[in-house]
Design a protein around this ligand. Structure first.
Ligand code: CTP
Length: 412
C-alpha cells in the first residue's frame, strides 16, 4: 500500500480486546502503518491470549502496551490518549463496551479511553445473542449518543458455529471508516461534491457499443480525495471495473443520456462538480433492438454507421446552473492530443467552468489506464497550476485543494 496523505503521521491508538477477531486487528494495524500512520496498540489481558504484543510490534514497528504497570511513567496512559488523533477499539467485546459506557477504568485501555479526547471508533465482535442483549444495546446507544462511531458488527458465521450479528467487520471497511473520521475536520466538511467518472457507452445493438478507453482511475482518485477532504461524495460512474472508494454514494450509468440525467439531478444542491468522465461524444443514429447479423446484411455489408452527437453534459449543467446557482463550482477535464492549452481554454469558456484540468492524453505517463497524469489547471484568469508528472492520487488532491479554494474553504 502507498502512503496516504490523510493518514500520514496521524497518531492512531488501537485498542484490542479479547476475541478471535484479534487476528483482523493485526491486518488493520499493518494497513494503517503502511499508509503512514503511527499506530500505538494497547492489548487487554484477554486479547493477549489470542495474539501476542510481538505480532503487533512486528507490523507497527512501535511499542505495544499491555499493562498500566509496565509504562515508564505513571501518567503515560493520559499521554497516549491525549496525543491520539483517533482511538479505535477493534475488536471490542461486550465487556469492554459495558465498561466504556459506565466509565469504568480498570485496565490500560479503559483508563486511556476515559482520558482520551479524540474521536472514538468501536468495532464490536461478540456472540450474536450477546450483541442483541438489551444491556449491550443500551451500552451501545449510550456510547453512540456520546459521539462514538460504531462500525458493525456484521452478520455471518461466528466462532460458536452459529450465525448472527456479531462478526467484526473486515479491515478494509474499518480502514475506510477511520479515514472518514479523520476527514471530518477537512476543508470540504459539510460540502456536497459530485464526481463523474469512467466512459459512457452508446449501443449499436444489444451486444455492441461505441465507447472509449477510460478506466475511471482519475475520477475515482478525485472521489477519494474529496472524501478525505471531508465531503459527502456522489460518484456517477460509467461502466468501470476499478474498485470504488468506500463511503461514496454510487450511481451507475451506461449511456451519455443516463449520465446527463444523473448529473443534473445530483448537482441540484451540490457545492462542486468534478466532471472527470470521458463521455462518448457520438452515438449511432439508429439502434437495433436485435443483434445486427452480418449474414443477413446481404447487399448492405460494409454499410457505414451513421452517428449523431450526444448531449454535452457540462453545457446542460451550465444552463441549469445559470438558473439555480448550483453547483457552486464546476471543474471539467479536457482530454486533448494536440494544441491542448488552447482547446482547454475554449472549453472552459464554452462549458461555463470555473476550472479545467487539461491533459495531453498522448503525453508519456498521462491518459487512460495508467496511474499517473500530467495536468495543467486553468481558470478564466489563465494558468492556475502546471503540475509535473504526478500520481493520479496526487493530481486529485491538488484539484480538490483548488476547488476548496474556489469555494472559500481553505484556511490559509
Ligand atoms: N463532456 C460532457 N459531455 C459530453 C462530452 C464531454 O460533459 N458530451 C465533458 C467531459 O466530461 C469533460 C469536458 O466535457 O469534463 C471536456 O471533454 P472533452 O472530451 O475533452 O471535450 P469535448 O467536449 O468532447 O470536445 P472535443 O471532442 O472537441 O475535444
Amino acid at each position: 500500500m502507498n502512503p496516504i496523505t490523510i493518514l500520514k503521521e496521524k497518531r492512531i491508538l488501537l485498542g484490542v480486546t479479547g476475541s478471535i477477531a484479534c487476528y483482523k486487528a493485526v491486518d488493520l494495524a499493518s494497513k494503517l502503518t503502511q499508509a503512514g500512520a503511527l499506530v500505538d496498540v494497547i492489548l487487554t489481558e484477554l486479547a493477549e491470549k489470542f495474539v501476542t504484543p510481538l505480532t503487533f510490534r512486528s507490523v507497527t514497528g512501535r511499542p505495544v502496551y499491555t499493562s498500566m504497570w509496565d509504562l515508564a511513567d505513571h501518567v503515560r496512559h493520559v499521554g497516549l490518549g491525549e496525543s491520539a488523533d483517533l482511538l479505535i477499539i477493534a475488536p471490542a467485546t461486550a465487556n469492554t463496551m459495558a465498561k466504556l459506557a459506565q466509565g469504568i477504568a480498570d485496565n490500560l485501555l479503559t483508563v486511556t479511553a476515559l482520558a482520551a479526547r479524540c474521536p472514538v471508533m468501536i468495532a464490536p465482535a461478540m456472540d450474536g445473542a450477546m450483541f442483541e442483549h438489551p444491556a449491550t444495546q443500551a451500552n451501545r446507544m449510550m456510547l453512540a449518543e456520546r459521539g462514538v462511531t460504531f462500525v458493525g458488527p456484521a452478520e455471518g458465521r461466528m466462532a460458536s458455529g452459529l450465525s448472527g450479528w456479531g462478526r467484526m467487520v473486515e479491515p478494509p471497511e474499518l480502514f475506510a471508516r477511520a479515514r472518514a473520521i479523520l476527514a471530518r475536520t477537512g476543508p470540504l466538511a459539510g460540502c456536497k461534491v459530485v464526481v463523474s467518472t469512467g466512459p459512457t457507452r452508446e449501443p449499436l445493438d444489444p451486444v455492441r457499443f461505441i465507447s472509449n478507453r477510460s478506466t475511471g482511475k482519475q475520477g475515482l482518485a478525485v472521489a477519494q480525495a474529496a472524501l478525505d477532504a471531508g465531503a459527502e461524495v456522489t460518484l456517477i460512474a460509467g461502466p468501470i471495473s476499478e474498485p470504488v472508494p468506500l463511503g461514496v454514494t454510487r450511481v451507475d450509468v451506461v449511456t451519455t443520456a443516463d449520465m446527463a440525467e444523473a448529473t443534473l439531478t445530483a448537482v441540484q444542491d451540490a457545492d462542486a462538480l468534478f466532471m472527470v468522465a470521458a463521455v462518448a461524444d457520438f452515438r449511432p443514429e439508429n439502434q437495433s433492438d436485435r443483434k445486427i447479423k452480418k449474414t443477413e446484411m446481404g447487399e448492405n455489408w460494409g454499410l457505414a454507421i451513421g452517428l449523431e452527437v450526444t448531449l454535452d453534459i457540462l453545457s446542460a449543467v451550465k444552463e441549469q446552473r445559470e438558473k439555480t446557482g448550483y453547483p457552486r463550482v464546476s471543474l471539467g477535464f479536457a482530454a486533448e492530443t494536440h494544441d491542448a492549452f488552447e482547446y482547454g481554454r475554449q472549453k472552459l469558456l464554452r462549458k461555463g467552468l470555473n476550472l479545467i484540468a487539461v491533459n495531453d492524453v498522448l503525453a508519456d505517463g498521462a491518459g487512460f489506464g495508467v496511474d499517473t497524469n500530467r495536468v495543467v489547471l486553468l481558470s478564466s484568469a489563465g494558468v492556475l497550476e502546471e503540475m509535473p508528472l504526478l500520481s493520479k492520487t496526487a493530481v486529485a488532491e491538488r484539484l480538490v485543494h483548488h476547488v476548496a479554494n474556489a469555494l472559500g474553504k481553505n484556511n490559509g
